[in-house]
Every structure is written in C-alpha cells, then in structure tokens.
Design a protein. Structure first.
Length: 145
C-alpha cells in the first residue's frame, strides 16, 4: 500500500507538473500572440519612420540637386581662348562707342581731343549770345510799339 500511495503521489505530482506546463504553455502562446501583434505594429511604425526618413532624404537630395543646377547656371561660361590682338581691337571699339545721348549735343565726349572740347565750349558761348540778343530785341520791339 505504501508503494501504491507512493505511485499515486508521483502520479498527482506529474499531473500538477502537466497542469503547470499547460498553464505555462498557454501563457507562452498568449505572449507569442501579443509579441506578434506588437511586432506588426512596431514594424508598421518602423516602416512609417523609414518612409518618412526616405522622403526627407529624397527631399534633401532634390534640394541639393536643384541648388547644384542653379549654381551651374549662375557660373559664368568659360570663354574660349581669344587672340590678344582681337582683345585689343575690342577695347579700342569700346572707347570709340559714344552713347546716343551725346552724339547730337555739344557736351564734350569721352576720349575727345582737347582742341575739339575748346571748339565745343566756344560754340556753346556763341549759341548763348543769340538767345540774349533775341530777348534784347523783343524788349526793344515792345518799347518801340
């Protein structure tokens, strides 16, 4: 009988272990389900964060490319090698060019010899005299009338 009770005790102990095992196993399965749902939500949030980072990186890359293109457009284009004689001729042409507002006036032009400037000054004086004479003549006519 003692052996019988001993066997029953061992049997009950094994059953309790099995019940604990089942309880632990159900706990493990429940935890696995929780982990799976958390992992999908975490994966979703990670995916969202990664997509945000990718979008930000892409926007930064586009901005960088746009700035590079603008910088390339703003850079002065390199001139081809021009012979020195051509450059000198070009400089001479620039000196000869006179703005249109100076062409028909008696104002001294840039790069004009001093003799011509003196002649222009004399012309200006000659033009002023007739104006004064005209005024004087008008006054005389009014007095005569």
């Amino acid at each position: 009988m003692t052996q019988y009770r001993k066997c029953i005790g061992e049997y009950e102990e094994i059953i309790s272990y099995l019940k604990r095992y089942q309880y632990i196993q159900s706990d493990i399965n429940h935890n696995k389900e929780i982990l799976a749902s958390l992992s999908t939500s975490v994966q979703g949030s990670i995916y969202k964060e990664m997509s945000k980072e990718r979008a930000m990186d892409q926007a930064l890359d586009e901005g960088r490319q746009r700035r590079e293109r603008q910088a390339q457009n703003k850079e002065p284009k390199k001139k081809e090698a021009i012979p020195e004689t051509y450059i000198e001729e070009e400089k001479e042409e620039e000196r000869v060019r006179i703005p249109t507002k100076f062409q028909n006036s008696n104002i001294p032009k840039p790069d004009q010899p001093e003799e011509e400037i003196g002649n222009i000054a004399n012309k200006n004086k000659e033009e002023e005299i007739p104006k004064e004479e005209k005024k004087f003549r008008k006054i005389q006519k009014k007095q005569a009338e």
